[in-house]
Ligand binder design. Structure first.
Ligand code: COI
Length: 354
């Protein structure tokens, strides 16, 4: 398939790389392609970043049939641009598509299109420490129709956003709060897919957590409300008795790529690693016994994010004296060093762009 390029007539002013937040600025161009049953995925193109025109009856606006991904492009010290495990993102996106009845796309074509888009937007990959170009591939259902069924037409687009840290706290520990009032997902549902509704489902509890002075919600399983699942914008990991412990993938937790990378590095370093069910009571018991030394989240946007305070009902605990612990720090440094080309890439995770 031939990818066409339409150049934007007016280029935006690039932001100060030292002052980047998360997800507010977008580059000059985007990638798009369309799907219909006759042509399949077709008309791949790089075009000016611009608002869409959508019929008010467009299906994604009513029934949320859409999926997305999050990954980043990094600038290395010698000016190259590289991606981190992009194949895993497109693979997971196709898994999400299958769960949402969206036709699969060609992962190699998507990666090639992304690389071409990045080469086109190379000036937008920031070079200040800890900054990157966040990449948001998305697919939405585009039939103008109000009946409930899978759409027959779709649009796939990739937008790019220069970013700094996801949390205002940066690498400083955040405060998270367990909710028992709400659940994010249940097994057999869509919890393990990157779909729009999962994030909508997290908002009310997130608002309540903010009002109580917490950054994020820690979700428990949707059935017994007993076992730890994830934070919503990241997976969750614990260091208990010197073992790196994280909830096993059970169908309702997002299979995070940074999660997988952290576990792989832990294993590479010969650290005991355990993916298993972990109850919230066990976390608090481990804290009481002095065994819980660290909690941190992992995610593309968040990278590795230490948790300093955890609240569950009336109990509030401080983990690691509210400081980032050694395992979080080591993983953060190792992952960032691979992503920015400062260290060897022992697992072959880096994908060069230019
Ligand atoms: C990511 O880490 O890339 C995510 O998609 C999480 C969030 C920003 C929605």
């Amino acid at each position: 398939m031939q990818l066409t390029i339409t150049q934007s007539k007016q280029l935006k002013t690039k932001p100060d790389p030292e002052k980047l937040g998360f997800g507010t600025l977008f580059t000059d161009h985007m990638f798009s392609m369309d799907y219909n049953p006759d042509e399949g995925w077709h008309h791949p193109r790089i075009e000016p970043y611009a608002p869409f025109t959508m019929d008010p009856s467009t299906m994604v606006l009513h029934y949320g049939q859409g999926v997305f991904e999050g990954l980043k492009a990094y600038r290395t010290a010698d000016g190259h641009i590289q991606l981190f495990r992009p194949q895993a993102n497109f693979k997971r996106m196709n898994y999400s598509c299958q769960k949402l009845c969206i036709p699969a796309f060609d992962e190699a074509l998507a990666l090639d299109a992304l690389k071409q888009l990045l080469r086109h937007e190379k000036e937008w990959v920031p070079n200040a420490p800890g900054t990157s170009l966040y990449i948001r591939p998305t697919i939405v259902a585009t039939d103008p129709y109000l009946g409930v069924r899978a759409s027959h037409t779709y649009r796939f687009f990739i937008i790019l956003s220069p970013v700094g840290a996801y949390y205002p706290e940066g690498f400083n520990p955040i405060k998270i709060m367990v909710t028992r009032e709400h659940v994010r997902a249940v097994r057999g549902g869509l919890g393990d897919t990157k779909t729009l509704g999962n994030y909508a489902a997290s908002l009310l509890a997130g608002e309540m957590a903010h009002q109580a002075g917490y950054t994020q919600v820690l979700w428990l399983d949707g059935v017994e409300q007993k076992f730890v699942e994830e934070v919503g914008s990241m997976n969750i990991l614990f260091v208990i008795d010197n073992t790196l412990v994280t909830p096993m993938l059970n169908g309702s937790i997002l299979p995070g790529i940074t999660r997988d990378s952290a576990l792989a590095l832990g294993r590479l370093w010969k650290m005991p690693v355990s993916e298993r069910k972990i109850s919230i009571d066990e976390v608090f018991e481990a804290h009481r016994a002095g065994m819980l030394t660290e909690i941190f989240g992992s995610g593309t946007a968040a990278v590795i994010s230490p948790v300093g305070t955890l609240k569950y009902e009336e109990q509030v605990i401080t983990v690691g004296q509210g400081q980032a612990g050694p395992v979080a720090q080591k993983l953060f440094d190792a992952i960032m060093d691979i992503q920015y080309g400062k260290a060897e890439d022992p697992m072959g995770w880096v994908e060069p762009v230019m």
